[in-house]
Structures are given as structure tokens and as C-alpha cells.
Design a protein around this ligand. Structure first.
Ligand SMILES: Nc1nc2c(ncn2[C@@H]2O[C@H](COP(=O)(O)OP(=O)(O)OP(=O)(O)O)[C@@H](O)[C@H]2O)c(=O)[nH]1
Length: 490
């Protein structure tokens, strides 16, 4: 099961049966104590999602609390502050994950603020429509918040709310808010975020949470809930190409079918499909399910596909549309988040797992790490727990890959230790190509070569050095796009 499937499973098994309107999946993240629980608790409270008996329990438990700045209700008690109350015998169930407003349902995927939970954060983030990144207005974005922003980008979240919280503690000062907002835009400008909405809030007092705050007249944007009500669930393109990772091959008398779950797109009997690994193609004869044959199988459907010709394929193959197939690659470049306490070791054995395939890794080389101060990538060769790194992976044999930016469902993977199977990293494919790079066919883009040619106008200032790297990367990408394996040596 890959990262996304894990979350799907979790959400599907916990979701209430009845549905109202579209569902928006929210990821909440931020550093410890920035006020995440208070903000979520306040949202639940104000949207009417908390039953009366729980309201009373929270009101009673809030009495005498010293952290409330004169307020009566500790909203964080609805979430992670419950431990103490549980010990006093008050139970509040975990339905807090779901709430409904007048117009739609929400599921909240909570990402704990502590560093050791980066793995949960990455897992949770992989299926959120909107990320709410919390920042304490007194401190600005902390390292952990920046790390979370980088993970949100990595897993493809495009809609981000920057909730600048505890505005009451800085006298609702506009200049501070604007500074934090501007810094965040600057820092994340290389990311793929398409919508970033900064909102000044005070979770404890409710300012700009569900309605407009009278204490921040200078802010004319939406409140948090207003913004969420207007946000669209992240949609996959309707015409996404068909992908069907083969889980198992079924044989029953004359029937030989390939079983699995459609990862994207749709297929009908008569369509021509291709197995990228073998290059073989055939037509769909039947789409079989436990409940009889189907005229179409679309994303999320678990089916068995029978073809009009026998292809010699096995678990791990990805059946696709014939004219829009994945790359059958044994060289991939990826951005990974390292989640194991054991640091990356170039000598250790790793396996790369896609939806259904398991491929031995010949080598991994780290080329850059995201610096959590600047959110820029900097050249590096090592990586340890919680790092986000760019790497190049050579595989023992080719496997079917898509670029994550084009097809997230078949463009992500996990790396596991070949010794004990423990997950060490999750990643997304940024480049894939067939034909492993060998010393003979690899073009070496050296510092010398660049200094004499493409970068001969650049000097030694920090700016010029950054420009040098940018041009080197651009030249490498250009060469790779025409199929030339490249190593940058700078
Ligand atoms: N003055 C003020 N205090 C706030 C606000 N929001 C949260 N707090 C306080 O900040 C502290 C931390 O809030 P929590 O909601 O527990 O923070 P958290 O981010 O969930 O923390 P963890 O669960 O430990 O990750 C508590 O004492 C809250 O009462 C706010 O808007 N204004």
C-alpha cells in the first residue's frame, strides 16, 4: 500500500455513511503550540459540529484554566488536550475528524507538530485538498512550519491557507501580519502552490475564524471558514489517462484476467491497452467484477480485466492507454522525504515499491537537500530523518513510472530497507527514463565545461554562484529531455 492508498483507506473506513455536498479534505499543520488544536476546536464549535453534551463537558473542563487570556472556553480540549479530561472520566469521541457546515462536509487530517511525526504528516498530506499552515504571529514561520510547507508542496497540495494565529497577542498589528505573509510568499515562490491565502486569526477569541473580525478592519479578505466554503476539492483532470497497476493474475478455466484497482482514467471493452514494461499491447475483451461484467471501469474500481490476447505479464505491470503510456524506466529522479531514524546509507540495500511493483535499487545518489531556513535546495550528498532531498535512483530493472506532476497516483513510491522491509522514505517522481546511465553514455556537465561556455560571464559572488547552478540545472534538464543521461559535477 502506498502513501495515498493508506490515507484513502483510513478516510474511507472512518467516514460517516451519509453525505451532504462535496467533501473538502483539510490538512492542518504547524509547529507545537502555535494553536492548531484551538483553531480546529473553534471551527468545530462554530460550525455546530459539537453535540450538546460535549459542549457542556468542554465548558466544565475549561473552568479555571490559566491559558485562556480571559476567554471561557478552551477549544483545544475538543482535540489533543483531551488526555487529561479522559483521565477524569470525560469521554469525547473522535468524530472531530469530520464536520459539516451548511454547504459541505469536511474531513480534517491532523498533522502533529512534533518533528518525529513528519512521516504521519507526509502520509496525511498526500490526499488533502487544502492545507492550513498555522503560524504564531509572535514568532513567524518556524523551521517545522517551513518543513511542513515543503512537504505540502512535495505531495502536490496546491491550495494553502496561511493562518497567522494569536493576532490578539500582537494587538492585531497589520504590519506584523503583512511581514509574515510577504516572507512566506517569498520563501515558497519556487513551490507549485497555486493559491495561497494568508488570514490573520485569533483562534482563542474567534477573530476571522468563521466571521469577520471587528478588531482587524484593515483585513478585507475572507474569514477561514468563508475561504474553506469557497474552496474546490482538488480535482484530477477528467481526461486523465488510464492506469491499472496489476495486483495479481487470475486464472480460472478459460478465464485469464488481470486484477487490480484503476489508479486513474477509465477503460471500456474494445479499448487498446499497453503494458509499458514489455511493450506488448492487446484489446480489452471483458471487465469482470464480483457482481458481473461492466461496460466501464474508472478510477477507484476494483476489477479483473480480460484481454483478447495473452500478454506475458505479472504483478507489478501497469496497464495503460496504448498511446499515453508510462515510462518504462530504470533511471528515476525524485524528491523524497526521509522518514527513517537510520540515515541514508549509499552502501545499504533498498527496494523501491510502487502501487504493486517491488524493484531492487542499484544505487541512490542524493544531489540536494531542502534548507528549512530558506526553503531553497542546496547541493548535498547525505540525508537523514525528516530531510527532504532530491535524488537519482538507478534500478536493477525497469518499472512503469509517471511523473508525479502529471499523474500523482502512479508517480509516487516508497523506499524500504531490503533487510527488514522498514519504510525509509516516501517520494515523488520528477523524471524517469529508460536505459540505465553508464559511464559510456552519460554526459558529464562539469564545472570547467560550464565556466568556459554557458557560464563564462559569471563571477564568484553568491548571486552568480546561484545563477551558475540554475543554468547548470537548466542545461541538464534540456539534455535529459532529449534522452541524454547527465551528471552535473559542480
Ligand atoms: N492568546 C491566544 N492564545 C492562543 C490562541 N490560539 C491558541 N492559543 C493558546 O496557545 C496554546 C497552544 O494552543 P494549542 O491549540 O494547544 O496548540 P497546538 O498547536 O495544538 O499544540 P500541540 O497540540 O501541542 O501541537 C494554548 O495555551 C492556547 O490557549 C490565540 O489565538 N490567542
Amino acid at each position: 500500500m502506498n502513501l495515498a492508498a493508506l490515507v484513502d483507506h483510513e478516510v474511507a473506513s472512518a467516514a460517516p455513511a451519509e453525505s451532504a455536498g462535496s467533501m473538502l479534505r483539510l490538512l492542518t499543520c504547524g509547529s507545537v503550540d502555535d494553536g492548531k488544536s484551538t483553531l480546529i476546536g473553534r471551527l468545530l464549535w462554530e460550525s455546530g459540529a459539537v453535540p450538546d453534551d460535549q459542549r457542556e463537558a468542554v465548558l466544565a473542563a475549561s473552568k479555571g484554566r490559566s491559558n485562556l487570556n480571559g476567554e471561557e472556553i478552551d477549544f483545544s480540549l475538543l482535540l489533543d488536550g483531551l488526555q487529561a479530561e479522559r483521565e477524569q472520566g470525560i469521554t469525547i469521541d473522535i468524530a472531530w475528524r469530520f464536520f459539516e457546515s451548511a454547504s459541505r462536509r469536511y474531513v480534517i487530517i491532523d498533522a502533529p507538530g512534533h518533528e518525529q511525526y513528519t512521516r504521519n504528516m507526509a502520509t496525511g498530506a498526500s490526499h488533502a485538498d487544502v492545507a492550513i499552515l498555522l503560524i504564531d504571529a509572535r514568532h513567524g514561520a518556524k523551521r517545522q512550519t517551513r518543513r511542513h510547507a515543503a512537504i505540502c508542496d512535495l505531495v502536490g497540495i496546491r491550495n494553502v491557507v496561511l493562518a497567522v494565529n494569536k493576532m490578539d497577542l500582537i494587538d492585531f498589528d497589520e504590519a506584523t501580519f503583512r511581514r509574515i505573509e510577504a516572507e512566506f510568499y517569498e520563501m515558497t515562490k519556487s513551490f507549485g502552490f497555486e493559491q495561497v491565502q494568508a488570514i490573520p486569526v485569533a483562534a482563542l477569541t474567534g477573530d476571522n475564524v468563521s466571521g469577520q473580525s471587528a478588531r482587524m478592519p484593515w483585513y478585507d479578505g475572507p474569514s477561514l471558514l468563508e475561504y474553506l466554503e469557497e474552496s474546490e476539492p482538488a480535482m484530477e483532470a477528467l481526461d486523465a489517462p488510464f492506469r491499472f497497476p496489476v495486483q495479481t493474475v487470475l486464472r480460472n478455466g478459460d478465464f485469464r484476467g488481470y486484477a487490480g484497482t484503476v489508479a486513474s482514467g477509465a477503460i471500456r471493452p474494445g479499448d487498446r491497452i499497453l503494458d509499458a514494461r514489455s511493450g506488448l499491447s492487446a484489446h480489452v475483451r471483458r471487465i469482470a467484477t464480483m457482481d458481473g461484467d461492466r461496460e466501464e471501469a474508472a478510477k477507484g474500481d476494483a476489477v479483473a480485466i480480460e484481454l483478447d490476447a495473452e500478454l506475458d505479464i505479472s504483478r507489478g505491470a501497469v496497464l495503460s492507454e496504448a498511446d499515453h503510456a508510462p515510462v518504462n524506466g530504470d533511471v528515476v529522479e525524485a524528491r523524497i522525504v526521509w522518514v527513517s531514524e537510520t540515515p541514508f546509507d549509499p552502501e545499504a540495500g533498498y527496494l523501491l515499491l510502487t502501487n504493486t511493483d517491488q524493484v531492487p535499487v542499484s544505487s541512490i545518489s542524493i544531489s540536494a537537500l531542502i534548507d528549512f531556513e530558506s526553503l531553497q535546495s542546496a547541493p548535498a550528498h547525505d540525508c537523514k530523518v525528516n530531510d527532504i532531498a532530491d535524488c537519482r535512483i538507478l534500478l536493477g530493472r525497469p518499472a512503469a513510472f509517471d511523473l508525479f506532476s502529471e499523474l500523482p497516483a502512479t508517480g509516487n513510491f516508497v523506499l524500504v530497507s531490503a533487510i527488514d522491509g522498514a519504510t525509509v522514505a516516501g517520494g515523488v517522481i520528477t523524471f524517469a527514463q529508460s536505459g540505465a546511465a553508464t559511464p559510456e553514455n552519460t554526459f558529464v556537465l562539469s564545472r570547467d565545461l560550464l565556466a568556459r561556455g554557458l557560464c563564462s560571464d559569471l563571477g564568484d559572488s553568491a548571486e552568480d554562484r546561484a545563477e551558475f547552478e540554475r543554468r547548470a540545472q537548466e542545461a541538464a534538464n534540456l539534455l535529459r529531455s532529449v534522452g541524454v543521461p547527465v551528471i552535473i559535477e559542480i
